[in-house]
Design a protein around this ligand. Structure first.
Ligand SMILES: [Zn+2]
Length: 437
């Protein structure tokens, strides 16, 4: 295995130092480290070193929709985005609702070798919302599932939600809820507000999200379990989670990069690239989620990377699929909205994109401090770089990025998974995945 000496990098954006990666771990940190004979030196001047990023919410589409993404293509995109671990959402075909399917996804992730893939288990059989899936069997499987979600659908029945919250306590699991009251959102096409009224599109009111968030924090408190709110998107949801935390309720929440930067005004062009669930909200909501992320009410940024083939997006708004890709732009959007605006430091970025998601997902070996003896999962970022996003040039099989043609700050220069480079000079290390097997 190659030994890497990262010269003059800035861990978490702080004072420059050298970092030696050998035998899969951080072997030494210090100034002017002596290079072992066979070490590959990387000039890290100007580069910020972060713990490898961890995504709690990725749709890899395999099994079932390999035309949109495969585990290999999606995890390659993840590595290019600076990630070393992703949680693969359960809404595949077949659904990830049995030990057999989650183990298949876990094995395919290992074989691809770009990042560690942690399958999310479905809460209910076939995401049907009625019968609990084999939560215990998935937890005890080789895939060691700890995060359960019907994402794409809401666990709307309060009795089913209560039972799920109770069940996962036995193995320290968490229910990640896609908070969408189904009756209030029937036929919804975008955020309900001034823009939807002007366009004549059926609206998705903020209360449809907030009502479920409020119900679920109370259920979590009642049964003493752990709740995670997926892709929180409204100012009201931020207030509810803030209140719940002040009460000591064990709730965590995520926001997506797109909800940190885009608004419902974009629907005016009827370009389905901006059609997403939950929908893009108002500028006031964008301000509220930024504030919530900065003050710790929102724990993490998760991509909700949702690749779709062209035929599902190149159509009229009403017929188009919901969702956007995000693995290869997430860090740049967080830099633009939170770091370059002075709201967060790089240490905060490491928290919301690495240590906190690893903790919520109960993932070992990721989200660890940059310290000697820790697994060498890290990423090097050039924050001074600027780039224009070109979806066709990205690794994802799908091109439904809302940021195509847009200039964003920051560039992932290198990513290391247990000391092995998956990305170097901003390019994937093809073929290098073999030694992960
Ligand atoms: Zn969702």
């Amino acid at each position: 295995m190659t030994t890497y000496l990262l010269r003059d990098v800035s861990p978490l954006g702080e004072a420059r130092t050298d970092i030696l990666l050998a035998d899969g771990v951080v072997a030494a940190i210090g100034s002017a480290l002596e290079a072992p004979q066979d070490a590959v030196e990387i000039d890290g001047r100007g580069l910020v070193a972060l713990p490898g990023l961890v995504d709690l919410h990725t749709h890899l589409r395999e099994p079932g929709r390999e035309d949109a993404e495969t585990i290999a293509s999606g995890t390659r995109a993840a590595a290019l985005g600076g990630f070393t671990a992703v949680h693969a959402m359960a809404n595949t075909t077949p659904t990830q609702d049995t030990a057999g399917v989650v183990e298949q996804v876990w094995h395919l992730g290992r074989r691809a070798g770009w990042v560690d893939v942690f399958p999310v288990g479905a809460v209910t059989v076939g995401l049907g919302g009625e019968r609990l899936a084999e939560l215990g069997a998935m937890a005890e499987s080789e895939a060691r599932v700890r995060v359960f979600s019907d994402d794409g659908k809401c666990v709307h029945d309060p009795v089913v939600m209560r039972r799920a919250l109770e069940y996962v306590k036995a193995f320290d699991g968490v229910i990640a809820q896609h908070a969408q009251e189904p009756r209030l959102t029937e036929g919804s096409q975008m955020h309900e507000g001034v823009v939807s009224a002007e366009l004549g599109l059926a609206g998705w009111p903020a209360v449809a999200e907030e009502a479920i968030v409020a119900r679920d924090v109370l259920l979590a408190e009642h049964v003493g379990s752990r709740l995670h709110v997926c892709h929180l998107s409204t100012a009201g949801s931020v207030e509810i989670v803030r209140w719940a935390k002040s009460r000591g309720i064990d709730v965590t929440a995520e926001v997506t990069p797109h909800h940190l930067i885009l608004t419902d005004e974009l629907a005016r062009g009827y370009d389905p690239l901006f059609k997403v669930n939950p929908p893009l909200r108002t500028q006031r909501d964008v301000e509220a989620v930024r504030e919530g992320l900065a003050d710790g009410t929102i724990d993490i940024v998760a991509t909700d990377h949702a690749p779709h083939p062209r035929e599902d997006k190149d159509c009229e708004w009403a017929a188009a699929a919901f969702g956007m890709t995000g693995l290869e732009t997430a860090l740049s959007v967080v830099q633009e909205t939170m770091v370059d605006t002075g709201r967060m430091t790089w240490a905060d970025v490491a928290r919301v994109l690495s240590s906190a998601p690893a903790r919520i997902g109960r993932v070992d070996g990721h989200g660890r401090p940059l310290a000697v003896g820790e697994p060498a999962n890290l990423t090097l970022v050039d924050p001074a770089a600027r780039r224009v996003v070109r979806p066709e040039a990205q690794a994802s099989k799908s091109v439904n990025s809302p940021f195509g043609g847009r200039e964003l700050p920051g560039r992932v220069v290198a990513t290391f998974l247990r000391g092995r480079a998956t990305v170097l000079d901003g390019a994937p290390c093809d073929g290098g995945s073999a030694d992960a097997r």
